[in-house]
Design a protein around this ligand. Structure first.
Ligand SMILES: [Zn+2]
Length: 290
């Protein structure tokens, strides 16, 4: 009898060991499947574009967004302009001018460490950097164009496709399909938020600004409109996003001088545009960007 009990005990123990082993194998398999599916998920969200990458997979919020600011071909109030970037705590910037090193940075390798590039130039000559820059945009580099950057490279049709619009400010060289653009300084006008649910404009109210206006510039029909202006000296659409190749692009027409640089709404728009282009702006509940 005692032996029989011992045998039953042994059997029970053996069963318990088997159950534990089986459970262990199941757990290991499950965790493996979870890992693989997480990896697959990551790949699929990445391939569908940065806007869908879950926050948990994005770079840590504590890491600064590193940007390259490119200028050249147009004067501006430098100290006041860069003060704006100094005061953006989440952003660290490097500044380079065309003809002083900017051209060399516009390649896949050289721009690798920048999360986004901000152009505040009015460069007219696409040599020698245009091929390297196109390769960079093809690969996907978040890019923000500000104000007079709309008037860069008026002879280069592809530039209009990169920015989502273009302007020719040159009286002597009006290009076919691009009317001669006009500008007016120190205009007090009203800016309307055309899409209040986009991550860049989310929560912002229409606002007033003292800035330069442009008129008779080209806006491509496929851009996603963020801002419009209400003034006879201004074209209607003055801010948009779109995608060129694999690069998220923002254009903000505001930003001629200190009255704009110091405008709280303009600063918010610039900072959010940079973060959005860099894939670092949380979509929150608003995923309706293009
Ligand atoms: Zn200007």
């Amino acid at each position: 009898m005692k032996r029989k009990i011992n045998e039953q005990d042994a059997l029970r123990r053996a069963r318990l060991v088997l159950v534990m082993l089986f459970t262990g194998v199941c757990l290991i398999t499950l965790s493996h499947v979870a890992h693989v599916s997480a990896a697959l998920n990551l790949e699929s969200v990445v391939s569908f574009g940065q806007s869908r990458i879950p926050d948990s997979l994005k770079k840590s919020r504590s890491e600064k967004v590193r940007i390259l600011v490119v200028t050249g071909g147009h004067d501006f109030e430098e100290s006041s302009f860069f003060q704006m970037f100094e005061e953006m705590k989440a952003i660290s910037y490097t500044h380079l001018r065309f003809k002083q090193g900017a051209e060399e940075m516009l390649t896949l390798d050289a721009a690798r460490d920048y999360d986004a590039i901000v152009f505040y130039d009015m460069n007219q000559n696409r040599e020698p950097h245009w091929k390297g820059w196109l390769a960079l945009l093809e690969k996907g580099k978040g890019t923000v164009f500000l104000h007079h950057a709309l008037g860069s490279y008026p002879d280069w049709d592809e530039y209009g496709r990169i920015v989502g619009g273009r302007a020719s400010f040159n009286y002597k060289r009006v290009i076919e399909g691009v009317p001669h653009a006009t500008f007016k300084h120190d205009v007090a006008f009203h800016v309307k938020i055309a899409d209040k649910s986009h991550p860049i404009t989310n929560g912002l109210k229409d606002f007033d600004i003292l800035d330069e206006t442009y008129n008779r510039f080209v806006v491509n029909p496929d851009v996603h409109v963020l801002l419009t202006a209400e003034h006879p000296t201004s074209g209607k659409i003055i801010g948009w996003t779109h995608r060129y190749k694999n690069s998220p692009i923002v254009y903000l027409q505001l930003g001629h001088g200190p009255t704009a640089y110091e405008n709280k709404n303009f600063r918010t728009l610039v900072e959010r545009s940079i973060k959005w282009a860099a894939g670092r702006l949380s979509d929150g509940q608003n995923n309706n960007q293009e």
